[in-house]
Design a protein around this ligand. Structure first.
Ligand code: NAD
Length: 500
């Protein structure tokens, strides 16, 4: 495979039919990291046709579940074999730290193992009591067919695995399109699927832009399901393009996630330190480029000043730099576009009356922070309110807005006042209150006295405009399956509905 042969169709690595290429940039210095094939509609159609053939007449959909699970486990082992190589690739492509890259590889490995275990542990069907000894009625699951997968740049390998592992476990074939900004780890993953022995045509990959590649995948009549992770605007386009062919659509979109802190959580020094530390992590890990980032701190007024002062002190100590450098805690933003977006959100917040407590600009260049890199300081904006754009819209950058409340009802109202509903947290030493508030939050994941952990066994997804459907957990497998009821009459006889 040469540098530009990053399109994989029917078991063959190839360049784009048009010969077009794209440079992938290292966000730490804006230099070229790799050159990949820039696929187009022709490449996409060829990949869909290969996946269609592999589904309609290939062995994979009928391969015994135990064999499919064994392949997933081999992939998990190969991911661990290549852990350092993939972590480095992901770090250089996205800007995240090497350690974050390693955590991602481990999480991806767990996802493959989880779905292998889930399918092997299942019974082959659910027998239904039809009310007659002469009827055998069973509900079974079957693969959906050809799946299109479209993924974002912030967790390229992780988001791909949450689709690829359940889709393969269920017996589907697929075409994946990674973000054009960060395609490298997905190319590596497909190589590992091939090495693990997946039959030709089951896993196809097209590197290229959202339009035409993602758009073509979404509209194509031979695609049975499109699973998309990304922003609200692109997700809406995917749903619109998919509608005429009435394919299944799964959307994992953005979030504007509240982190609600009650004063009682800060009553002890230990509690205060933990809540501040986790608020910092919630907002600034991966420079805030996380769909579930705790970008809205909603804090009880009586502890606001002490809490924000400590948060600012800690934020100013975060070591920004190239993700592969030792000691660096936070990398650059992924692209010039993402940097410009962050700058624009801070400017609009200041115009609307927010108070800048720290950050609000790019850091000085240093030996670990090239001047051409897309670095931005962790930024805390105080005195924010619900009408501000920075509070309402997903900034996807290192920006934390601070709002305050005085009563429990007010905290819940603020936390739910978003068109999104992906994730949120509540901090309180009063267990009854924490659970009461958690029950009222309209978000797909709610953390009590924690932020960010997720489990492959537990569904992930959003309320409201954070999406449609779920990934991970049993529901994450069911996204990739059709449900079929087989009703067998053991003693057929005439119905005699019609007299003649
Ligand atoms: P994006 O919407 O710009 O792009 C996502 C993917 O969609 C890319 O592969 C892109 O090429 C493709 N795309 C763009 N236009 C398209 C079109 N018209 N048709 C089909 N595909 C198209 O998002 P991004 O900037 O790459 O990622 C950031 C977004 O992803 C944020 O909003 C974040 O919240 C979201 N995200 C959500 C989750 C989740 O689990 N809910 C996880 C990670 C990221």
């Amino acid at each position: 495979m040469s540098a530009v042969e990053t399109i994989h169709v029917d078991g063959v690595w190839r360049a784009a039919a048009s010969g077009a290429q794209r440079e992938v940039l290292d966000p730490a210095d804006a230099k070229t990291l790799a050159v990949v094939a820039e696929g187009g509609a022709e490449d996409t159609d060829a990949a869909i046709a290969a996946a269609r053939r592999a589904f309609d007449s290939g062995p994979w959909p009928h391969t015994p579940v135990a064999e499919r699970a064994a392949l997933l486990r081999r992939v998990a082992d190969l991911l661990q074999r290549d852990r350092e190589e993939i972590a480095l690739l992901e770090s250089r492509d996205t800007g995240k730290t090497l350690e974050e890259g390693r955590v991602d590889v481990d999480d991806v490995t767990n996802a493959f193992r989880y779905f292998a275990d889930l399918v092997t542990g299942e019974s082959p069907g659910r027998v239904v009591d039809a009310g007659s000894p002469d009827v055998h009625s069973v509900v079974v699951h079957e693969p959906v067919g050809v799946c299109a997968m479209i993924t974002p740049w912030n967790y390229p390998l992780l988001q791909a695995s949450w689709k690829v592992a359940p889709a393969l476990a269920a017996g589907n074939t697929f075409v994946i399109k990674p973000s054009e900004v960060t395609p490298l780890s997905t190319v590596h993953m497909v190589k590992l699927l091939v090495e693990a022995g997946l039959p030709n045509g089951v896993a196809n990959l097209v590197t290229g832009a959202g339009d035409p590649v993602g758009a073509r995948l979404s509209e194509h009549p031979d695609v049975d399901l499109v699973s998309f992770t990304g922003g609200l605007i692109s997700g809406t386009k995917v749903a619109q393009a998919a509608a005429p062919s009435v394919k299944k659509v799964a959307l994992e979109l953005g979030g504007k996630n509240p982190n609600v802190v009650f004063a009682d959580a800060c009553a002890t020094d230990e509690g205060f330190d933990t809540a501040v530390d986790q608020a910092l992590n919630a907002a600034f890990i991966h420079s805030g480029q996380v769909c579930s980032a705790g970008a809205r701190l909603i804090i009880e007024e009586s502890v606001r000043e002490r809490f924000v002062a400590e948060l600012v002190r800690r934020a100013e100590k975060i070591k920004l730099g190239r993700g592969t450098e030792d000691g660096v805690e936070c990398g650059p933003l992924v692209s010039a576009q993402q940097l410009a977006k962050t700058q624009a959100y801070v400017a609009s917040a200041l115009e609307e009356g927010a108070v800048l407590r720290t950050g609000g600009k790019q850091p000085e260049p240093s030996d670990v922070r090239p001047a051409t890199g897309y670095f931005y300081l962790p930024t805390v904006l105080d005195q924010c309110h619900r009408e501000m754009r920075v509070v309402r819209e997903e900034t996807f950058g290192p920006i934390l807005s601070v709002e305050t409340f005085s009563t429990e009802d007010e905290a819940v109202t603020l936390a739910n006042d978003t068109e999104y509903g992906l994730a949120g947290a509540v901090w309180s030493s009063d267990t009854a209150r924490a659970r009461r508030v958690a029950a009222r939050l309209r978000h797909g994941t709610v953390w009590i006295n924690d932020f960010h952990p997720y489990l492959p066994q537990a569904e992930w997804g959003g309320f409201g405009k954070s999406g449609v459907g779920r990934e991970l957990g049993p529901a994450g497998l069911d996204e990739y399956r059709e449900t079929k009821h087989v009703y067998e009459n053991l003693r057929p006889s005439p119905v005699r509905w019609f007299g003649g």
